[in-house]
Design a protein around this ligand. Structure first.
Ligand code: DGJ
Length: 717
């Protein structure tokens, strides 16, 4: 069956995305397109029989709110516009007219394009837009975006776009809706919360110029009845890296729509005659197997279709930040590298402090040459040493920032985001360089390219440690605030160029931890630094929230010292490892202070991680029980390899209550599994039928005491 099919008689278009169908109905007048089914697969003959709910019931109800694929301002529309313009005469009305459609099948999926013009009573006006849909056979995700064009000929007038989202995602009518999303702060990212969806408009947004710790650009909606494993969930995520806005509308008529796009309110874009703008992509997924099913669909999509090298396994890294902070020296890094290599680490990353006069956070940002006192012979000797130990060499950079106390700022004070007549608002003693300016991105690409080339750098940790302030383009005018989206576009361009110039370079996205994690950055990086909070207990909650959308293969997690430098909590090494082994394992402690026993235990656990890594990073993830409870565990199943890995944690003491058996989904029920702990003699392993594991469960009792954890392997026989 073709992935996009149409029933001409009813104007019904069926897009098959993996196991799901997304069905559109083009109305006879050509003025609107609606989604009429987003759920289990339907044939085009079945979809043609679908009946749409009635429109408006009285003279105050336009009836189309939260029901159109591309709501605009104009006519009897009162919902959230996905496309909103200001015409030269100050009005905003648009009259959409569908003028054509196209279907293309290519190696990267099938695409439907719907062409619209703005049609006034006297003919076509100067705006046209195309709605794009892409579906793939191996992913349940539907991708959508729009291209908006000012069709005026030269000498015509510019158009101002007040809102430019790729479209609206609508949900089927349900009696109740629940909204699930994450909120957070620095060192407390990805806190998952679900609540009844309020009537009216609920907006999640970042006005910070980056994705933000406070929220993440995705939502999940259900009828209030979905669980981790059961029920329908509709989820929408935005692939944009600057400021953004997602608005969920719930109407009294019982409709629900999601409009998500780059830029927040007040951020306008100007289209000159002949110019066009491609909106950020939004992606949507329907799951019939609860939130867990939605997450697994997202993970597969991110690995297969978002990440540039999603088929790779991420290496075990060491990062020096918590060990040394700014006190980076060649001798100190060599010593850490020696110890890291002995543990089996594969990538050694030198963090902040290697450049300029960077003795603390007050100076040096912008001066990207090796710190003269600390690396008098440059970075090459250290890089060679690290390579000689068999590890890849990584470097921390923060290219979008500058300390006023730097040679760069003294030479180019005008390169920073600023309002000439306002006081600057430094944060962490730094200002933001305007990456919407080509001369700034040229400069950044130049030194990054040189640094990578001259030092054999294999990996960059790209950081961003403050949000925007005084953000406006120095050219002024209507589109001055477009820097809220255009800075991110400049950042993306530098990354794309750098990767093209250095195909083996791998990149970690970091913004003071998880302040820049989104589908757009993942399209040009390989992993993210999930949080500056490395406390293993806090991390379990952070990872639980992050895993709603992002796969384990991108979530960097370090084992650091105990007591934890941020929280003071003392947690056994084994628990710290087991928490970090649920993501991309890294080590971030001061290895010079670890005892011989700790180093030996760490080496053994690194080796276990390498064994189970394909399952953790590329398997399907099942979250079993939320963090904090007695049954908190995550199961990773690699069906093709016949392997599964169960990671289980309990923070508090066992108490009197017996733990519930852990029922393990995702296994082959009519196969037997050998269940064993790494290092256990084979005769100690149990053989348990998959069906018993699925329906009865595995005894889940962890030993008495606080901070207990274990890793179990399951191998299909
Ligand atoms: C914030 C990052 O999240 C940390 O890991 C570290 O790289 C510091 N910045 C360095 O300034």
């Amino acid at each position: 069956m073709s992935m996009i099919e149409m029933d001409q008689a009813t104007g019904t278009v069926v897009l098959q995305a993996g196991r799901t169908s997304y069905v559109l109905r083009l109305d006879g007048t050509g003025s609107t397109v609606r989604q009429i089914h987003w759920g289990p697969a339907l044939s085009v003959a079945e979809a043609a029989t679908l009946v749409e709910p009635e429109d408006g019931r009285d003279s105050f109800d336009g009836g189309t709110d939260a029901r159109e694929e591309m709501p605009v301002e104009g006519g009897l529309r009162y919902g959230v516009p996905a496309l909103e313009v200001r015409h030269p005469d100050g009005t905003s009305s648009l009259e959409p007219l569908l003028t054509g459609r196209g279907i293309q099948h290519g190696p990267d999926g099938s695409r439907l394009v719907l062409h619209f013009v703005d049609a006034g009573p006297e003919g076509t006006r100067d705006l046209a837009w195309d709605l794009h849909y892409r579906v793939r056979r191996d992913s349940d995700v539907v991708e959508r975006w729009a291209v908006v064009r000012n069709t005026a000929a030269g000498g015509g007038r510019p158009l101002t776009l007040l809102r430019h989202a790729g479209g609206q995602w609508t949900l089927p009518t349900r009696a109740g809706y629940r909204l699930s999303s994450v909120h957070g702060a620095w060192s407390e990212e990805f806190q998952l919360a679900g609540q009844p969806l309020a009537y009216g408009e609920t907006t999640l947004t970042s006005r910070r110029g980056h994705t933000g710790h406070q929220s993440n650009p995705w939502v999940m909606l259900d009828a209030g009845d979905a669980t981790e494993d059961h029920g329908e969930v509709w989820s929408v995520a935005l692939a944009a890296g600057g400021s953004w806005r997602t608005t969920v509308l719930r109407t009294p008529a019982g409709h629900c729509g999601v409009v998500s796009g780059a830029g927040h309110e007040g951020v306008e874009a100007v289209l000159e005659p002949g110019e066009e703008l491609t909106t950020a992509v939004t992606a949507g997924v329907w799951s019939g197997t609860g939130f867990g099913g939605a997450s697994r669909a997202w993970h597969t999509y991110v690995r297969r279709h978002v990440l540039p090298a999603g088929g790779e396994l991420r290496p075990v890294l060491y990062n020096s930040w918590e060990a040394t902070t700014f006190d980076v020296t060649e001798a100190g890094q060599r010593e850490l590298a020696d110890r890291a290599a002995a543990l089996g680490v594969e990538l050694f990353v030198v963090d902040d402090g290697w450049f300029g006069r960077r003795d603390d956070d007050r100076a040096g940002l912008g001066d990207w040459h090796p710190h003269p006192g600390r690396f008098p012979d440059g970075l090459r000797p250290l890089a060679d040493h690290v390579h000689g130990l068999g590890m890849a060499f990584g470097l921390w950079v923060e290219p979008e920032m500058v300390n006023p106390d730097s040679d760069l700022f003294r030479a180019h004070p005008d390169w920073v985001l600023h309002h000439p007549d306002r006081r600057p608002s430094p944060q962490r003693h730094q200002l933001v360089l305007d990456f919407s300016r080509p001369e700034v991105t040229e400069w950044a690409f130049g030194w990054l390219d040189r640094t990578v080339r001259d030092n054999g750098v294999d990996f960059l940790k790209w950081d961003f440690n403050r949000s925007f302030s005084e953000a406006a383009r120095r050219t002024g005018g209507t589109a001055a605030r477009a820097v809220h989206t255009e800075h991110a576009a400049g950042f993306h361009r530098v990354l794309d160029r750098l990767r093209a110039a250095h195909p083996r370079l791998r990149v970690e996205s970091c913004a003071g931890g998880g302040g820049r994690v989104d589908l757009a950055v993942l399209a040009r990086t390989d992993q993210v630094w999930t949080s500056d909070n490395t406390d293993a207990v806090d991390r379990l909650t952070i990872q639980h929230g992050a895993s709603q959308l992002y796969p384990a293969s991108v979530l960097g997690a370090w084992v650091t010292d105990s007591p934890n430098p941020l929280t003071g909590r003392r947690v056994p090494l084994r628990f710290r490892f087991h928490a970090a082994m649920a993501g991309v394992l890294g080590i971030g402690g001061d290895l010079t202070s670890w005892t011989a026993e700790e180093l030996a235990e760490a080496a053994a656990l690194v080796s276990v991680y390498k064994d189970v890594r394909p399952v953790v990073q590329h398997g399907e993830q099942y979250r079993l029980g939320p963090p904090g409870g007695h049954g908190h565990a995550v199961l990773h199943v690699h069906e093709a390899a016949g392997e599964a890995v169960l990671l289980q944690w309990r923070v508090g003491g066992r108490g009197r209550r017996a733990a519930e058996p852990l029922r393990l989904p995702g296994l082959v029920e009519d196969a037997d599994y050998r269940v064993f702990e790494p290092g256990e003699p084979p005769e100690a392993a149990r053989v348990v039928p998959g069906r018993v594991l699925a329906v009865h469960g595995l005894a889940a009792e962890l030993p008495q005491g606080e901070y207990r954890s274990r890793l179990l392997r399951l191998r299909r026989l």
